[in-house]
Write a protein that binds this ligand. Structure first.
Ligand code: F0G
Length: 373
């Protein structure tokens, strides 16, 4: 095989991840996602920032979860596990199901009944997971999978599993490689708060600095000798107004938002995310469902990038905070677009104009085109 063939993030970054030569890597060639510079939106709005989107929707199962799942399932298999379990708002369950299929082990996923996007449900079902819909929300599911995995032969693959964060930290490596250094700001949605913690681990390691967030290496960062950036970015986390424990400074018992991926009120990585915010001198901000949907549509129509609502909160947040002057002038800003828009076709269709239905006649169609030209 050609040496340049990309075979996934564990192979690419194996000296910075907890694997050795004997480890059987479970991969779908995840990672290596495009960093796309926004052109039309900043032009239109007169923004003096360089804005890039790290489009994680182009991972094998359509979200950033694949970065963590390749690592978690690799380590589960290494430990002899025959089955994995997770609670999920959808994307984790899709990734868990796919990587379990790849590994040849069983997967069990707990999802909130009626509150996960159709594409994500179809993935978990298609990959052969045992899909258990609970009459409760993600936070209830999270509590249950922790209980179940402590008494049954199940490996827990939610981001409370530190190997998940190890895999997810690689997004920082890729951004630094693409830009030549860390950006000034890195912006992302926050739900269970594993991803913001993972970003901070990755950026800290890359700058040769210790991070308070790193609970796997207990402050012994993986590659102090392999520094690739001169600085760490300021991290900014956006939450949906109805599910914003970091804005309320307390857990939220009945989270609600159209962005079902981040419909979470009791984030597991609470302390890690606060550490990331404080150490990076960043901030949390909230956006309403209306702002999220408008931003999703705006990004899709103005740049050709279709991300899911939870991911679009980064653009909604920028629209608010750039206008307020919260970002320093002439900054480089990276947004993590966590999942693909195709994950949630119902929400996309509901907010778009319905297709025009006509007879299959040239003149009728021609008239419509003339009207719209
Ligand atoms: N964006 C998307 C598309 C997500 O699916 C999630 C989390 C997040 C953002 C938030 O990331 O939890 O690390 O703060 N989805 C999880 C799931 C909870 O079950 O798929 P986080």
């Amino acid at each position: 095989m050609n040496n340049h063939h990309y075979t996934g993030l564990i192979n690419k970054y194996r000296n910075r991840l907890p694997v050795d030569d004997k480890t059987r890597i479970i991969s779908l060639n995840e990672g290596n996602t495009p960093l796309i510079q926004l052109k039309n939106l900043p032009n239109k709005l007169g923004w003096e920032h360089e804005i890039f989107c790290k489009f994680e929707g182009l991972n094998p199962t359509g979200s950033f979860k694949d970065r963590g799942m390749t690592m978690a399932v690799t380590k589960a298999v290494e430990s002899g596990a025959q089955a994995i379990i997770c609670a999920s708002t959808g994307n984790t369950s899709a990734a868990a199901a796919a990587y379990a299929a790849r590994a040849g082990i069983k997967s069990f996923v707990l999802i909130p009944e009626g509150k996960i996007a159709l594409g994500k449900l179809s993935q978990a079902m298609m990959h052969g997971a045992t899909v258990i819909q609970i009459k409760g929300n993600f936070d209830d599911g999270m509590r249950l999978v922790q209980e179940l995995s402590s008494t049954m032969p199940l490996n827990l693959v939610n981001s409370i599993n530190p190997y998940r964060l190890q895999g997810q930290k690689t997004i920082a490596f890729e951004v630094i490689e693409a830009l030549g250094d860390a950006p000034d700001y890195h912006v992302m949605p926050v739900g269970n708060a594993g991803n913001i913690s993972a970003h901070w681990i990755g950026y800290s390691e890359s700058a040769g600095q210790q991070c308070g967030s790193c609970n796997l290496c207990a402050g012994q960062c993986a590659f102090k000798d392999d520094v690739i950036s001169t600085k760490r970015p300021t991290l900014v986390g956006y939450q949906a107004s109805g599910a914003a424990p970091f804005l309320r400074n307390e857990m939220v018992d009945s989270p609600e938002t159209i962005a079902t991926a981040i419909r979470i009120g009791h984030p597991v990585s609470w302390d890690l995310a606060w550490a990331a915010q404080k150490e990076s001198t960043g901030w949390f901000e909230e956006c309403t469902d209306e702002e999220i949907l408008q931003a999703q549509k705006l990004l899709a129509e103005s740049e050709g990038i279709f991300c899911e609502p939870a991911s679009a909160i980064t653009i909604a947040g920028l629209l608010k905070d750039v206008e307020r002057g919260r970002y320093q002038k002439n900054s480089t800003i990276v947004c993590t677009l966590t999942g693909h828009g195709l994950k949630d076709p119902d929400t996309a269709i509901a907010q778009s104009e319905a297709p025009i239905v006509v007879e299959a006649k040239r003149d009728e169609i021609g008239a419509i085109i003339s009207h719209h030209l």
